[in-house]
Design a binder for this molecule. Sequence first.
Ligand code: ADP
Ligand code: NA
Length: 350
Amino acid sequence: DFKPLVFSGVQPTGNLHLGNYLGAIRKFVALQENNDCIYCVVDLHAITAQLVHEDMPGQIRAIAAAFIASGIDPEKHIVFNQSAVPQHAELAWIFNCVARIGWMNRMTQFKDKAGKDRENASLGLFAYPSLMAADILVYRATHVPVGDDQKQHLELARDIAQKFNNDFMEHIRRTDYGVDTMVGEEHVHAYFPAVEPLIDGPAPRVMSLRDGTKKMSKSDASDLSRINLMDDAEMIAKKIRKAKTDPDALPSEVEGLKGRPEADNLVGIYAALADKTKEEVLQEFGGQQFSVFKPALIDLSVAVLAPITGEMRRLMDDTSHIDGILRKGGERARVRAEKTMKQVREIIGF
Ligand code: ADP
Ligand code: NA
């Protein structure tokens, strides 16, 4: 079977927020204990929605700094920047020829990000999921920790892998690069694995603090809607105090959070930060008012985030150190990606 390998990426597009941390980065840290992991700053993705960025080098360093400040070990695992490994773009082109336009047309994130003027969105934004599939599969990675918003893109990555495996089945058999594996109940001989999304946990989709029906996002016009990883303790406290809630006390069972999106969101955030389940949080706070719960959430948020923010600032001040980590990570990633691409070119017949 395929060797387990974890891959994920974060775009260098400004304001990293609590949703990115709980939906992605905190899970990256937990997974590194028992897995081989590759964590990528995805700068090629960052130019899909907006071509020109004010300070791309600074944004790239900020994501790498967030990974490391959160506890990722760049010696044991690989931390690098996507464009340093051109094999991602090469495989993405091949996947553009594997994927069907109809598959891409179903992607809801494209519809959200392109907005009304779809004809004027970049071709790159449309093809984004194909590059994302290449990011993962150029390492033949098997597990991808992401937030809930990425679920559809990972299903597409599985479809691309499966179509490549089927279309080139005879070619794959002629090499000894394929792997015998199970897909569902079926035994197959495959070159690319069926990637598993890792979306679980109490906060797979962190919602806006101002509107429990919208996800917390870098692009929300209201800064009060999100907790940024660079916010200081005072700002975190202010945003949680102002977070929208309802007038009722917290329920003692998870069932009681139904129809209360803001309460559900804050309990989920507390649980994720405390490494607890929502059940456990409600055992502690059920029957309490938000006037009791919010101060506890502020204390916990500051206790978890302040050390990360401090370490991020320190790392970002030492640009040559962080650039060195990215350079070494890029070299290691390139060796692994080229090993795959050599085989892929041979399978295709290039
Ligand atoms: P963004 O979605 O903020 O523009 P990225 O696309 O770079 O940023 O996402 C980085 C990771 O953060 C992805 O795994 C994504 O699923 C996760 N993520 C983003 N927003 C949220 C959120 N509100 N809740 C949970 N995870 C999120
Ligand atoms: Na996203």
